[in-house]
Design a protein around this ligand. Sequence first.
Ligand SMILES: Nc1ncnc2c1ncn2[C@@H]1O[C@H](COP(=O)(O)OP(=O)(O)OP(=O)(O)O)[C@@H](O)[C@H]1O
Length: 285
Amino acid sequence: MTSHTTARPILDVAGLNARIGGQQVVEDVSFTVPASGITALLGRNGVGKTSTIKALIGLIDRTGRVELDGQRIDKDPTWKLIRRGVGYVPEDREVFGKLTVAENLRLAERDAHPRRELVEQLFPDLVKRSGQMAGTLSGGQQQMVSLARALLNDNKVLLIDEPTKGLAPKIVQEVAEALEQAAATVPILLVEQNLQVVRRLAGDAVVLSGGRVVHTGNALDFLDDEDLTRRLLGVHADAEQEAQEAEAPVAAGATAVSSSVAASSTQAAAPAPAAADPARKGAGL
Ligand SMILES: Nc1ncnc2c1ncn2[C@@H]1O[C@H](COP(=O)(O)OP(=O)(O)OP(=O)(O)O)[C@@H](O)[C@H]1O
């Protein structure tokens, strides 16, 4: 996969700073996200990947300059960013467990003509499960709901935080497949710890350490550099794959997420006044 560095980036981040509880968690972070493909945001645990995503989407206070397709967005609150076409798929999926799959998706519809056909094509399993309570889905299926919600709308960019976390290897591959197809329709900034997934999907990589950008460049070149990946990620891609195969984690359980930030961010992503209109029901979802 190649990046398109000559075209204007869809996201241009310059001097982004954010603090949580007095701690500087994002420090003078600058990078760009090309207008197509997947850009991976990488780094060891706790280096500020999630905080960077949350700062970009306005869930934590930030300073600095952020442009979306050439327009300043760094002063916008979360709801406005969502309306301007910044899709957000949070780390913990944040589905509404007591609502059905179809209801979760309907809640997320923002556009006059949500892209239900695309979602039904990408996630046939969700069509089959449209009447199932989302809280009874597996972790992988909940991840599909979370991705589907963002893909229903015509976004300019998606911010996706650790979509394969805690999933069994087979489900990781399914999520990667869905991300690959999604990336054909919208540029993505992806936080991802699974380096095989990064290798498969990412064009560019931005690497953080201690809240700062310590490397940017082609993702494959980065992953192929054993010294650099060991230094910046603490592991080399091939060693990581062997460890994962040995470990074979069990799929995450069907827990519904309920933190206050989770609730507010999910609701912010779902301001659909027309969503309850039964006349707009699609054939599947
Ligand atoms: N709610 C919070 N309260 C206090 N400190 C926090 C909070 N959230 C994050 N931090 C701190 O901010 C720093 C960056 O955390 P962040 O979650 O952004 O890192 P990360 O790179 O996404 O980590 P991981 O890969 O483990 O998800 C860490 O030191 C973390 O302990």
